[in-house]
Design a protein around this ligand. Structure first.
Ligand code: PMP
Length: 303
């Protein structure tokens, strides 16, 4: 990762090297953080943050689930995001707001620990590797499930949830797959370690329901919206594992992954083992918004 000049921490812009926390911070011991992953694109009309309002709202919602009160308003956080992008002179970047429980007590009870907020940025290319947006990735179904709904709340984008994601990702990478797909507690398809999933068969687009231990992603939302505008039928439904193997097209969505085609799953070839036509149409419409800055849906915040 390339260092940036500054990181926003608790209202101050501080030098990258000074953005440190104490070893006895609650988050280090118990994973008590919430965070976001946001992108700023360099569009033809200038730099713009995609889904800024929505990401900041999700950060607040994730924090609320864990009874964390963020000591800044949503507007203050949005202003801080824009401020740190300018401070680091980015035209395009990835943005990582982080809320975490700091010092005060090292017991499990989080209420005695302070609440701290930081926002970092960095330059970033394609998440799952170069050229994948065209050629697709090879993935496997993970031996790890997503946490059951009454264990860890999937709608909260919380640090601790990503221990499960790490198991899924490491297992996939060790076997030379780009990503792992987790099933939910009932054995239905849920999501990737950091992406939502879509399955296309006979012209209809399927995606798991939001209650199936997924993070309801904004890229997922964007794809569903664009797909309907393009005239496709989109169904949120239970997807059995075997539906993956006989799909015409499968793709993953996420702020980082954007719309990444899947060319094989567990070594079953998907479609023609390259980006399918519906994936391509959706990718084209999505990338057009973030590249040209022509934004019919008001998803961009120009900075
Ligand atoms: N699921 C998980 C587990 C994720 O970490 C992400 C990335 N934030 C997503 C789905 C996709 O969400 P979004 O499109 O909002 O980035």
């Amino acid at each position: 990762m390339n260092k940036t000049a500054k990181i926003w921490m608790n209202g101050e812009l501080i030098d990258w090297i000074d953005a440190k926390i104490h070893i006895l911070s609650h988050v280090v011991h118990y994973g008590s953080s919430t965070f976001e992953g946001i992108r700023c694109y360099e569009t033809s009309k200038g730099s713009a943050v995609l889904f800024l309002d929505e990401h900041i709202k999700r950060l607040r919602d994730s924090s609320k689930i864990y009874r964390i009160e963020i000591p800044y308003s949503e507007q203050e956080l949005k202003d801080a995001v824009i401020k740190i992008i300018h401070a680091n002179s980015h035209k395009a970047c990835y943005i990582r707001p982080l809320v975490y429980r700091g010092q005060g007590a090292v017991g499990v009870n989080p209420h005695r620990a302070s609440v701290e907020v930081a926002i970092a940025t960095w330059e970033w290319g394609a998440y799952l590797g170069d050229d994948v947006l065209e050629n697709g990735v090879d993935v496997r179904v993970s031996s790890w499930n997503r946490p059951a709904p009454n264990t860890l709340p999937a709608w909260a984008k919380a640090g601790g949830n990503y221990l499960n994601s790490q198991l899924i990702k490491m297992e996939a990478l060790m076997d030379d797959y780009a990503e792992g797909l987790a099933l939910d507690v009932n054995g239905y398809v849920s999501e990737g370690s950091g992406e939502n999933i879509f399955v296309v068969r006979d012209g209809i687009i399927y995606t798991p329901m939001s209650a199936q231990s997924i993070l309801p992603g904004f890229t997922r939302y964007a794809v569903m919206h664009i797909a309907k505008e393009l005239g496709y039928e989109v169904r949120e439904t239970l997807i059995p594992r075997e539906a993956l193997y006989i799909a015409d097209e499968v793709f993953l969505t996420g702020t980082a992954a954007e719309i990444t085609p899947v060319r094989s799953i567990d070594k079953y070839p998907i479609g023609n083992e390259k980006r399918g036509p519906i994936t391509e149409a959706l990718q084209h419409a999505y990338l057009k918004i973030v590249q040209t800055g022509e934004d019919p849906y008001n998803w961009l915040t120009f900075i």
